[in-house]
Design a protein around this ligand. Structure first.
Ligand SMILES: O=C(O)CCC(=O)C(=O)O
Length: 297
């Protein structure tokens, strides 16, 4: 049996079987409080803004007078608290238990999903956006507010990480979402990842997931750290971009980089051509004609 840092055999088996895991009580409350204070700082910054920029993605219903932020982009580059948490054992120890000691960052984002209007994210697979040479690719979600059925939780289809990569194209253009029914899924089989603030969720890069509009009176903020085994290399057309091997290796979170990709038998579709508006998943999915989730008027 392999030595593990934090996860039990049962937790590792659950992840392998279903493609997700929720770990309660993983992040100390003072770190969650510090992240909430950082979020307030970003919300202040949105006042007066007329359009999204490279730090903040704004809701369609945002106005400069009534700011509505739907995503803080790359928060590890603009917040010391969120950078330090990313490289801490709170996050990396369980990931090492699942996909090994050598980890490379893909990206970070904080999806706000505010009470009353926080935007939905249509069903998709992260691996459809960034196919790699193997699927030791996952996302850790840090639950900033208690997340339950009512406030737009992250939802997954257990076991879907073992299936195909579905078509995320419309009219020949990548739209970052799939047609759930056409792909044979029944909404009744989706599982909401619930947990109190300070929990983390982990979802496999191939798992089918999405989340509804938050019409409740409680915020649902979820900070994502997306990462992969260092020997999972991006495949042509993947949204993983880097200008040089030095820049690529600067994304290492722990362990050692390699120049030898591990190739496994994983399903791949190339997420190309990209739509013109492609600065965030919300923009990419905005071309959809049929939606699974409601949009706010
Ligand atoms: O925030 C959510 O509920 C889903 C996030 C997600 O899947 C994404 O941003 O790719």
């Amino acid at each position: 049996m392999a030595h593990r840092e934090v996860l039990t055999d049962a937790q590792v088996a659950h992840y392998r079987d279903t493609g997700y895991l929720v770990l309660e009580d993983r992040i100390p409350s003072e770190i969650i409080a510090a992240i909430r204070a950082e979020i307030a700082r970003f919300e202040d910054e949105a006042r007066g803004m007329t359009e999204s920029n490279d730090r903040l993605d704004l809701e369609d219903t945002h106005t400069p007078e009534s700011p509505r932020v739907r995503r803080i982009k790359l928060p590890h580059t603009t917040s010391d608290v969120m950078r330090d948490l990313l490289t801490s054992d709170h996050i990396l120890a369980p990931v090492r238990d699942l996909i090994g000691p050598n980890l490379r960052l893909h990206t970070t984002k904080l999806n706000m999903k505010s009470a009353g209007y926080g935007a939905a994210i249509e069903w998709h697979q992260d691996f459809a956006f960034y196919p790699h040479s193997n699927d030791d690719v996952l996302a850790v979600g840090v639950i900033i507010d208690d997340m339950g059925e009512e406030n737009g939780p992250l939802m997954v289809f257990p076991g879907s990480h073992k299936g195909p990569i579905h078509d995320h194209h419309l009219d020949g253009v990548f739209v970052g979402a799939m047609d759930l029914k056409a792909c044979g899924y029944d909404l009744a089989d989706a599982v909401a990842l619930s947990g109190p603030a300070g929990s983390i969720s982990i979802h496999h890069g191939r798992i089918v997931h999405g989340s509804a509009l938050n019409t409740s009176d409680r915020d649902r903020r979820l900070l994502f750290y997306e990462m992969m085994a260092a020997d999972a290399f991006p495949i042509m057309g993947s949204m993983t971009t880097f200008a040089s091997i030095e820049e690529y290796n600067a994304k290492m979170l722990c362990g050692a980089p390699t120049l030898q990709p591990r190739l496994t038998d994983v399903p791949v579709r190339i997420p190309q051509p990209q739509p013109e508006l492609n600065r965030s998943i919300y923009e990419v999915q905005s071309r959809l004609r049929a939606r699974s989730f409601e949009k706010i008027a």
